[in-house]
Structures are given as structure tokens and as C-alpha cells.
Design a protein around this ligand. Structure first.
Ligand code: GTP
Length: 355
């Protein structure tokens, strides 16, 4: 079975991080985010994965190549203009045959893909949508079903009173070739707003499968950080690295640096240099090549590759993009999301304005 993974979105909610790095390549504990999706597909027996690219595709292709290093055959399709979530699948139609999986490229989930496909087959569905139940569906696409799981309608971001349903589209689908035939070519098409409503009306063979597996949409800074904490807390799979002390992971098995106060959970990429006397964690993730000065303190924060934190500086509740510099003695404001190369000075926010 083949899978199409949608990785073409601009990731606007993760800006400024995504100005430099497309969301699918955002690091997550030892591999780029879509590395987790590819690994799950591989484990479910999917050998052929097509990445449907649009925004910053070079970074994705340069890293994953033909996929052999990751145990799958990877192929790519490219859009000049965004074709939307169904248009992007249609754009890959010449590369697929038979029943396929379609995965949003920003969902981390423990969903059992084989079981999803099996239910799809038993119900003779044209499309099966993975859903999950949430308390407040007002920010999501809600999927209304009958008692048999047959989808009756979609309600996008419902207003109070518009629907009683609380099952939301969780971004993984199984689609039959007939479903792909129903998507118009060469223009922008949304799978939620156009394709599924059309298939529901035309076939009544769209089904939903609701599960309560681990699931998170990493598309916002808070949820991207939460995915890190969930993995470090053992709520999903293990980080891609080595646990060198309880709750302390390093990408390459390097030992915990001497003289550093380490409070688990912590993840350190390769070539991270931390001066003695620094305090790291709890919940600190320092990716490849980060340099941390003496007496600096980092907690509840994620530092992308090659950040430099000066001596005595404090980083708490922040996400720092590539090559961010925190000057000595500076304090990064909580909830800062800093873009590539930002420079954070004492008392000044990363945009250069007074905090
Ligand atoms: P935001 O701009 O922050 O909403 O993020 P996004 O651009 O990723 O949009 P959204 O979260 O709605 O997209 C869901 C999934 O579909 C993500 O994996 C996107 O990469 C992907 N996606 C969205 N639009 C397109 C598109 O036009 N083409 C392709 N190939 N993928 C898309």
C-alpha cells in the first residue's frame, strides 16, 4: 500500500520558525518531524511514500532523498502554487494505484494504520477519515456520523449550537481510487470543504473511525513544544537517541557533560557544548551544535541547531530557531518564538523592541 503525505503548507502559525525551515523539517527529538510519520508508515508495511511538496521543498528532498536510509521508497510531487489538501493528493495521482493512505504532514499519532485500513475495507468505504473526540471542537473541522460511523456532514469550526458532535478530523485518511477520480485537477481543492462533502452526497460511503490513541497537531508553537514534552514524558514513542541517564537523552549516546546541572527530562543533539555551572532542564531540548555559557539556565525550552546562549543568560518557555544568539545575562521573555539568527539582548525582545 502507498501513502501520500501532505507537506506543502507554509506553516504560518509556526512563524517565524518556518521562514527558514518548512514545518515538516522542524526537529523533533532526533529526527525531522515527518521522519516520525515516515517511520510509522514503514512500521505499518507502507513501502512507497509520496511527499506532496510546495513550500521550501528543497530542504525536505535534500534530507530524505530516495528514502532508502529510512527504509522506504520516497518519491516527490511539487506544486508551483498551493493546490490545497485535496488538490495536493490529486497532483500525486499518477504515482499511485489502488487504495492509499493520505496523511497530513503535521500530525503525530499512535493510530493503528493497519486497523484503519481493515475497517475501511470491511465497510466498503470510498473514504475513511480518522477522527478523535475533543472537548471543544470550535477550532476544528467536526465530523458528524450516524451510529455506524457513516459520515453525515462536515462542520468547519462550528459556532455554539451548530452541532452536538465532538469528533474532529484527525488528518489521516484511507482513499479509494474512485475518491481520487472525484477530485478536480489543476486547481486548488480542499479535502474537508469540497471533496468529502461531495463524496458524502454522491456515495454515502464516507466513514469515520474515532480512536483515542496519542494524537497531536504540531502546527502551533505550544503544540510543537507539547509534542516534545509528551515524548520525553513517555506518552508516545521514545526519542530517536540514547538514554544516557534516567530521563537524559543524547542523539549520539554522548555522556552528560561534566559539571553541568542537568534536570531531566533533557535531550541533547550532537556537538552540543555546555559550560560547567550551567543549568539545563527540566524540559530542555538543545539541538545540534548549541553552545551554552557558564551559569546560563535553560528550562521548558527548545533550541534549534547552532543557538548560542551567553554566560548567565536565562531561557524559559521559549522556542529559539536556527542560530539564535542570546547575549550574556539576557533573559528571554517567556513564550518567545525567535526566528533564524535573532539576537536577544538583555531587556530587549527578539524583534528588537523593548520587552
Ligand atoms: P498553517 O499555515 O499554520 O495553517 O499551516 P499549514 O500550511 O501546514 O496548513 P494546515 O495545517 O491546514 O495543513 C495541513 C497539512 O496539509 C499540512 O501537513 C500541510 O503541509 C498540508 N498542506 C496544506 N495546504 C497544502 C497545499 O496546498 N499543498 C500541499 N502539498 N500540502 C498542503
Amino acid at each position: 500500500m502507498q501513502a501520500v503525505v501532505l507537506v506543502g503548507g507554509e506553516g504560518t502559525r509556526l512563524r517565524p520558525l518556518t521562514y527558514a525551515v518548512p514545518k515538516p523539517m522542524a526537529p523533533l527529538l532526533g529526527r525531522p518531524f515527518i521522519g516520525w510519520i515516515i517511520e510509522r508508515l514503514r512500521k505499518a508495511g507502507v513501502n512507497d511514500v509520496i511527499l506532496s511538496c510546495c513550500y521550501l521543498p528543497e530542504a525536505i528532498e535534500a534530507y530524505f532523498g530516495n528514502g532508502r536510509r529510512f527504509g522506504v521508497n520516497l518519491d516527490y510531487v511539487f506544486e508551483e502554487e498551493p493546490l490545497g489538501t485535496a488538490g495536493a493528493v490529486k497532483n500525486a495521482v499518477h504515482k499511485v494505484s489502488g487504495t492509499i493512505y493520505v496523511c497530513n504532514g503535521d500530525i503525530l499519532t499512535g493510530l493503528d494504520l493497519v486497523a484503519l485500513r481493515e475497517l475501511h475495507r470491511r465497510r466498503n468505504a470510498i473514504a475513511t477519515i480518522h477522527t478523535r473526540t475533543v472537548e471543544d471542537p470550535s477550532q476544528f473541522g467536526v465530523v458528524e456520523t450516524d451510529a455506524d460511523g457513516r459520515v453525515l456532514r462536515f462542520v468547519e469550526k462550528p459556532k455554539p449550537g451548530e452541532t452536538n458532535a465532538r469528533d474532529i478530523n484527525a488528518g489521516t485518511y484511507v482513499l479509494e481510487p474512485d475518491a481520487l477520480d472525484a477530485i478536480p485537477s489543476g486547481r486548488k481543492v480542499s479535502i474537508e470543504r469540497e471533496t468529502f462533502p461531495h463524496l458524502i452526497a454522491a456515495t454515502q460511503r464516507v466513514f469515520a473511525v474515532s480512536t483515542n490513541d496519542y494524537w497531536i497537531d504540531v502546527g502551533r508553537p505550544a503544540t510543537y513544544a507539547q509534542a516534545h514534552w509528551d515524548i520525553l514524558d513517555g506518552r508516545f514513542e521514545k526519542p530517536a537517541g540514547h538514554e544516557v541517564a534516567q530521563g537524559v537523552w543524547t542523539a549520539d549516546g554522548a555522556p552528560v557533560p561534566q559539571g553541568v546541572e542537568v534536570h531531566p527530562p533533557v535531550f541533547l543533539g550532537t556537538d552540543v557544548h555546555i559550560e560547567p555551572g550551567a543549568r539545563v532542564g527540566p524540559y530542555a531540548v538543545l539541538y545540534k551544535g548549541c553552545r551554552i555559557g557558564a551559569s546560563a539556565a535553560i528550562a521548558s525550552s527548545i533550541l534549534w541547531q547552532h543557538c548560542v546562549v551567553g554566560r548567565g543568560a536565562t531561557v524559559r518557555d521559549g522556542i529559539l530557531g536556527l542560530e539564535v544568539v542570546v547575549e550574556p545575562e539576557a533573559t528571554v521573555e517567556p513564550n518567545t518564538v525567535a526566528g533564524r539568527g535573532a539576537r536577544i539582548r538583555a531587556g530587549v525582545s527578539p524583534s528588537g523592541q523593548k520587552a
